[in-house]
Design a protein around this ligand. Structure first.
Ligand SMILES: Cc1cc2nc3c(=O)[nH]c(=O)nc-3n(C[C@H](O)[C@H](O)[C@H](O)COP(=O)(O)OP(=O)(O)OC[C@H]3O[C@@H](n4cnc5c(N)ncnc54)[C@H](O)[C@@H]3O)c2cc1C
Length: 507
């Protein structure tokens, strides 16, 4: 019996498996495919995702396998993100298949068990665990685990088997996609705003296979059966209708389709069954958010599920996963619907795009949309008080007794950290009872303010409690201006430690 079974070895399932293993949890990943198929839907990672990888000390592997550029976009209206306050102010162009390969390598290094040709087809939960039925080369089998997480994509069997609703808005767009050979390709790539035409839009760029192009067509106010297989002929005809030519398309390697249906699971947890990634939310791929959202789900859920599976926290902690990730993604779905509206053909949309184009010239608008699209602006509802609460910890340069380092390096082991810039003995004393779970780091930092992408500068706290996902769970007011007495400060710290990391040991 595993502590946790994950259904699906896509990017989200693999990232979650790594997070759980870092916390010492026994994880089994079940994947229905016999081998990775090398298909890449996603083509990039945003700044916050690169930061998540940096927090675990593995960003370099991903940076070496991709290409960075200082631009993001809102419905292909360019946003300059080069000045955002992060060490990674860029988008990383990297094929999804490479992301999956690197995450799988990392998962294996950490001791994750991965079983292929194992499709989850049934589940039954009781008070102590979940029985998972799988179909594979050896017929059907039953496995048991404490928890099951469905990371099995938009058509998630786990979501359906758990009876979790998937409300949202239906498709209005038909998009076809193929990795094909072209005898008469366009001179360069066709990507971005210039690909909008009277009858829809088309894009052509290099696929991750040699001598093969990725062709994508989008037709609005047309809905086709998503279960019907996509044919080369359908892609060819759509391309001729929109672009006026099929560019001599032949020899398809992979054909697929997607739409602008935008749905979100009505609850991310049903007892011992949880959902993450596309299993929990789907949407049009405007500005490339899906895999990024899923990686954030995985990093938000991993440490919480590990603490509950190890018996260090109650299931209430798992409810904070839905409470934090559902609204963050709901907001993104709204932004994506707006981007899809801005992508429709027609003179009205042309005019709207012009207005938007002028608006993003203003620094504040550019910074606001940059914060949304890079997912750097997320603030979880952990409580009121210091403006850093619930936001990501900035990657500050700090000096600790063991030398110069960066805040993100403190998070490599995915353990919570109390980062104290004052050396106050009362904070050290308050941490007794959690030292098995929470690391204390006393450090010096030159910054008297921290800079966030959208809200700008905030006064640097005197101390912060950082969750393993890099979000600030508690912040001490800056002394001496803060009005809180030492007693209220330590009481607030104790309360945050209990809320997030369970009761003190030995009390
Ligand atoms: C055209 C296009 C472009 C995109 N571009 C971007 C982009 O640039 N950036 C971005 O962030 N996102 C992008 N996305 C979205 C991104 O591809 C998805 O959000 C991402 O793949 C979700 O990852 P996942 O692990 O949740 O699910 P998936 O990648 O779908 O993985 C699910 C896994 O579960 C397995 N599985 C399914 N059912 C079962 C079962 N019953 N039992 C066991 N295993 C099962 C599947 O075989 C698969 O391996 C794009 C999407 C499209 C269509």
């Amino acid at each position: 019996m595993a502590d946790v079974i994950i259904a699906g070895a896509g990017p989200v399932g693999l990232m979650l498996a790594c997070e759980l293993r870092l916390a010492g949890v026994d994880v089994l990943v079940l994947e229905r495919l016999a081998e990775r198929n090398g298909e890449s839907r996603a083509g990039g990672l945003h700044a916050r995702s690169v930061e998540l990888l940096d927090q675990r000390g593995i960003a370099d592997r991903f940076l070496a396998a991709g290409r960075t550029g200082p631009l993001a976009h809102f419905s292909f209206i360019p946003l300059d993100i080069g000045d955002l306050p992060t060490r990674h102010p860029y988008a990383l162009a990297i094929h999804q298949s490479r992301v999956e390969r690197l995450l799988e390598e990392r998962a294996i290094e950490l001791g994750v068990r991965l079983r292929r040709s194992a499709e989850v087809i049934g589940l039954r939960q009781d008070g102590t665990g979940v029985e998972v039925q799988i179909a594979g080369v050896r017929g059907t089998e039953r496995l048991r685990a404490g928890y099951l997480v469905g990371c099995d994509g938009g058509r998630s069997a786990v979501r359906k088997l758990a009876g979790i609703g998937y409300p949202g808005t239906p498709a209005t767009v038909t998009a076809l996609m193929g990795d094909v050979k072209l005898t008469d390709p366009p001179p360069g790539i066709v990507f971005g705003a210039e690909s909008r035409r009277e009858h829809g839009s088309f894009m052509i760029f290099d696929s991750d296979r040699p001598d093969t192009h990725r062709v994508i067509t989008m037709e609005f106010d047309k809905v086709t059966d998503r279960d019907a297989p996509v044919t080369l002929e359908a892609l060819r005809l759509a391309c001729i209708k929109i672009a006026g030519t099929d560019f001599g398309m032949h020899s398809p390697h992979w054909l697929s389709s997607f739409s602008d249906a935008a749905r979100q699971a009505d609850r991310y947890r049903e007892g011992r069954v949880l959902l993450a990634g596309d299993a929990a939310h789907i949407h049009f791929p405007s500005s490339g958010q899906g895999m990024n959202l899923g990686l954030q789900d995985a990093v938000n859920l991993g440490w919480k599920l590990a603490a509950v599976a190890r018996g260090q926290a109650t299931e209430e902690l798992l409810d904070s996963y839905h409470a934090e990730r559902h609204p963050a993604t709901e907001r993104m779905l709204g932004s994506i619907r707006a981007q899809t509206a801005l992508w429709r053909p027609g003179a009205q949309t042309d005019a709207l795009r012009e207005v938007f184009g002028a608006l993003v010239e203003f620094e504040d608008t550019n910074r606001y949309l940059g914060g949304v699209c890079t997912q750097l602006d997320i603030r979880y509802p952990v409580g009121d008080g210091h403006p850093a609460l619930g936001r990501r910890m900035p990657d500050l340069d700090i000096k600790t007794p063991s030398g110069q380092t960066r805040a993100f390096e403190l998070l490599h082991a995915a353990r919570p950290v109390l980062l104290d810039f004052t050396g106050r003995p009362d904070l050290r004393a308050a941490l007794e009872g959690w030292t098995d779970r929470v690391d204390l780091v006393e450090a010096e930092c030159q910054d008297d303010h921290w800079t966030y992408p959208v809200i700008g500068d905030v006064p640097a706290p005197a101390a912060v409690l950082i969750r393993p996902d890099g979000h600030v769970a508690w912040a001490a007011p800056t002394a001496p201006a803060g009005s809180a007495t030492p007693e209220t400060t330590t009481a607030a710290l104790t309360s945050a430690l209990t809320r997030w990391f369970g009761p003190a040991q030995g009390r």
